[in-house]
Design a protein around this ligand. Sequence first.
Ligand code: N01
Length: 492
Amino acid sequence: MQRANTESPSILIIGTGFGGLGMAIQLKRAGYHNIILLEKAGRVGGTWRDNTYPGAACDVQSHFYSYSFEPKHDWSRKFGLQSEILGYMEHCVEKYGLGEHIRFNSEVAEAEFDQRLNRWNVTLTSGETLTSRILITATGQLNQPAWPNIEGLDQFQGRMFHSARWDHDYDLTGKKVAVIGTGASAIQFVPEVAKQANTLNLFQRSAAWVLPKPDRPFKPWEQWLFSKLPVWDRLYRYLIYWKNETRALAFTRFNGLLEIFARQARKEAQKRVTDPEKLRKIIPDYQIGCKRILISNDWYPAINQSNVNLVTDAIREVAPDGVVTADGSHYPADAIILATGFRASEFLSPITITGRNGRNLNQAWEDGAVAFKGITVSGFPNMFMLYGPNTNLAHNSILYMLESQFHYVLDCLKALDKYPGAAMDVREDRQERFSQVVQTGLEGTVWDTGCTSWYLDENGKNTVNWPGFTFTYRFATRHVETADYQFLNPAN
Ligand code: N01
């Protein structure tokens, strides 16, 4: 049943990535129209807008990287390219009339809950304040580039940029390039940069486990089938889902199964990397899966190129004209590209969020980010997080998790309908119990085998990953138990 405009609670959504856009679509479909999406940039897309480095693509199959309620049938390849994914997101904005709800160049600085009125006051960096009954955060986990803490970094006289802020005005052709980091971003752009650069010194602190990418363009008849036979499209998605889902078993329960993939990765490296010294360095020495497993067909061939030098000595400092390693070796560089990842476990920081009784979110999370079902945080009524703590996946599409969250948030709004003017606040004991279940579930998983990764916060706690199947998460978010919440009247 559609809601009348007048009775719609005011809703502010921070962010226009897959989370914010999908939530807004589902809200509109459910009859909520009093929605504003605040976007810090001048374009939608979140991480798919920000990461424009050469070779940027998704490592989840394209058919499972679109909303289930808005399938895209004409993907050009099995794994979508950044531009195609961004195009799909812009198509969704257009089709669902989200444009009129989005305020671009509106970066949120603070959000404060006013318990006298049960309203959120959201202040932008411009100083303007907006007010709403509901606050939905959709800022993602991988939105803040991590700059490494390396001595002399600010003294570098050449060009330096982070992979998530690619400097397209700088031509790398014929240049001496240093790349720091060998994660998912680096393995995609290094093969492209290696084609252009005179020399590429790749600074590897830990080797990555890299498997072949089963990618290829779709043939026109395949695209035709997907678009003409929706049932075939659905079946294809279904098959991808279950294929990916079986991997959760290996990540969380039977790490030994992953050895099959380790063997495959080693074999692939041995086939592609002919320089024995490079081959020795490129094979990881930690449990496969502990860091994200990467997929690429051009990573090993790029490493094998004679203009690519794999440096595994620790970086001592950055000099004005290059990088210096612990043994004193100097690697001259015209440009340094930082492929050093994101500050994932900081979640909503740097936004200052203040809940009931002046409670600050960063302080509440001093021992690590925690949220009930990854969505609601005790003391922060009527605030709902998308892609919040412990809802990241290493084995399947995040869009599936997001859609579970959209459903749960809508159910929360329905629950709120029964308490006019109230704000719902998750009970602390329920949040604590949920967190214990998640943390117990994370024990003995592959992420708990001793490596460092962006899954772990500064205390070594995994506040990022969901420890199991995505269908168990969907089951957990299928409806709101009102007993999990207190419904607070204004000034309560
Ligand atoms: O970042 P990362 P990313 N000195 O954190 C190294 C998603 N994603 O941007 O491993 C030297 O994985 C660090 O070394 P170590 C995906 O979920 C998806 O590559 O800590 N090195 C590591 O090698 C992914 O997992 C896609 O020892 C330093 C690298 O920098 C996530 O984003 C594409 C250093 C950081 O790797 C993050 O990927 C891209 C230092 N001081 C991203 N500090 C696809 O869908 C850090 N490092 C394909």
